[in-house]
Design a protein around this ligand. Sequence first.
Ligand SMILES: [Zn+2]
Length: 489
Amino acid sequence: MDSTLITTLQYLWGSGEMYSVGCFLILFIITISEPKSLPKTSDKCRALLGDDLINEISSYQNIKEDIFNYVLEGEFKSKTYDELEKFVDKFGSRMSGSQVLEDSIDYMIKLTQDEDLNDIVTEELEVPHWVREQEKITMLEPRSKNIAVLGLGRSISTPPEGVTSDVVVFSSFEEFDNAPIEDVEGKIVLFNAIYTTYGETASYRTQGAARAAEKGAVASLVRSITPFSINSPHTGSQYYSENVTKIPTAAITLEDADLINRFYNRGEKVVLNIKMQSSFETKTSRNTLIDLKGTKNPEKLVIVSGHIDSWDVGQGAMDDGGGLFVSWAAPIILKRLNLRPKRTVRAIFWTAEELGLIGASAYAEKHKNESHNINFIMESDEGTFAPRGLSMAGTQEARCIIAEILKLFESINASTLVETDSPGSDITVIVQEGVPGASLHNANENYFWFHHTEGDTMNVENPEELDLCTAFWTAVAYIIADISVDIPR
Ligand SMILES: [Zn+2]
């Protein structure tokens, strides 16, 4: 019952009007207390699945309830949050190639072994290790001001004295393409594109430096990829083009990008000095695979996953500590509850996601001859706020099966199936091969406020929402791993 209704009832009771409205209210309360019936299966899905499979899926209601009770009310209550908190506080940020990332991988292995789950494999691969050192941007004209900055991944360094030049501002690539070379050559380019969606706007971060260098810019800056800011720069990956000069590149805040833009629009010359130092080398890291072996078809996999590395700013609590821990929890909970599905549930902690899906690409390559055994692949890397359902790629029939499973989560409002061709980040590498897969669809409206900033800390996480994600993630993985049919391709 929600608090507004309670307040209304208290008011009516206190005002002595309860008798006159009593019958109505009792009827009303009975009506709203009754569980809602499951949403109807569409005719198209009913025809594709058949009544037997639909009934089989709905028979998982009790197991789903057992998992939910264990996570939301039982022994596992708050466990995901508590373990995430200990992990994040102990290690902080876990940059690709760093020793702290490797230590955090060892910690997760130990944490899993402590649960007596010992089917753990690590797979080594080479990863980039980019280390941010000094970064400083100073506005010299039209007035002196410090500009908050975060260099973008793999950016080269400036000379020690920095790069000093005036700024040209573009609000889109189209505007940039239309500008003559002489307007850009020797200048610092600022791409000040207003955030629309992450997918759309992030291209200014990932490609800005390469594009600006084509026209002879000496450095490029990007408006941070976020709809909201309290003067917080957001870092992220960027990719230089081969055969194009590499130039230093960084993100600045919405506030400073707009300030520079206003000066620029008024025809005032904006001169910046950019000093950035960093180092780059290659190191060895590991993907971590944890299996709860299937009872009937152990070779068939239902994968739950998140990445263990993070950016060097913030603590990677949200990106992707939450996704890491809900995926860690799934096989642990199933083992604790002695729920052994027919297929194997494999948790994967991807390494080096942030520098370009390095771990996932290595896994896809190493296991390419077994990809037919991946029955379904799941990833949580867009927040672990209140779960709403799944964003899924797959055939119509596969979507009908998953939609039918999601109906079991109507009571927590997590039965939405979003159809997409490329769910998630790491798993896109595998989904592109035709493997059906999904990412956690959750109430992540504010996700990009914190994404890749110093603000990505435990304060963003919520124990109740994490519990809901854990329960949902575990139950969905179990049902897919246990039903009588494979997810079709
Ligand atoms: Zn991430």
